[in-house]
Ligand binder design. Structure first.
Ligand code: ATP
Length: 220
């Protein structure tokens, strides 16, 4: 039997806490670490293990056996020095996978210099997603896959209603791909004959310009 992947979350602010909660919900083993005793106590019944310690203390991290954890998430936001030093120690201890929440661009540059590749900006990412959702009449969800490509959830309307994917030729004409349709809370993986209905939510992958064109030409 393969061993289950193990995780640690360092920093139990709002972001770290939600990463922890979700990992636990997904049935993972997670070690929760913070220097704030009350935050650690708050998760004592949820996390698989908890430790109160300053993660910039290399000896403390060694004693915990952090290098045996498969994936460590550094969710220290505002204290850049603590975040950078913690990340450096994790790197030097050869932790296999490290994800670090960056506070700003300067923070990200330093993290890159010490060899961290998985750097996340949750506030900016969420801000972009929300802006896209409220700026469009049709987009109800949007995930940036790269600078150019997105996966969006669009409400079907306009000229596409009652047309099949074969008739619409979206891949040829708009370079976009309908990967799924949400209809009455059910997910359909459509074949070419599938006809689009009012209230369908289309899950589409494409480059941003093509998605915009599709929205303007066919939905509005
Ligand atoms: P939020 O996710 O709530 O927006 P934030 O980005 O403001 O949080 P901080 O409040 O700076 O992040 O830090 C998150 C947590 O990290 C705090 O609970 C703090 O106690 C913890 N933390 C900060 N420095 C260290 C450290 N050196 N060792 C362990 N935990 C730390």
């Amino acid at each position: 039997m393969t061993r289950k992947k193990t995780f640690a979350v360092i920093g139990l602010g709002r972001f770290g806490r939600s990463v922890l909660d979700e990992l636990i919900k997904l049935d993972n083993e997670v070690l929760a670490i913070d220097m704030d005793e009350s935050l650690v106590n708050d998760v004592a019944n949820i996390a698989s293990h908890t430790i109160i310690c300053d993660s910039t203390d290399e000896e403390a991290l060694k004693n915990i056996g952090i290098k045996n954890i498969d994936h460590v998430v550094v969710a220290i936001g505002e204290n850049l020095q603590a975040s950078i030093l913690t990340s450096l120690i994790l790197k030097e201890l050869n932790v296999n996978e490290i994800t670090v929440k960056a506070h700003n661009e300067y923070h990200e540059r330093v993290l890159r210099k010490i060899g961290i590749t998985d750097i996340i900006h949750p506030e900016q990412d969420m801000g972009k997603r929300i802006a896209r959702r409220i700026a469009s009449r049709f987009i109800s969800e949007s995930i940036e896959l790269s600078k150019e490509f997105s996966l969006v959830e669009l409400r079907a309307s306009g000229r596409i209603i009652n047309k099949s994917l074969l008739e619409l030729q979206l891949r040829n004409r708009y370079k976009i791909n309908v990967v799924a349709i949400k209809r009455n809370d059910q997910i359909i993986i459509p074949d070419a004959e599938e006809s689009i209905k009012v209230n369908d939510l289309l899950i589409i992958v494409g480059d941003n310009k093509s998605l915009e064109k599709f929205e303007k030409h066919l939905l509005a």
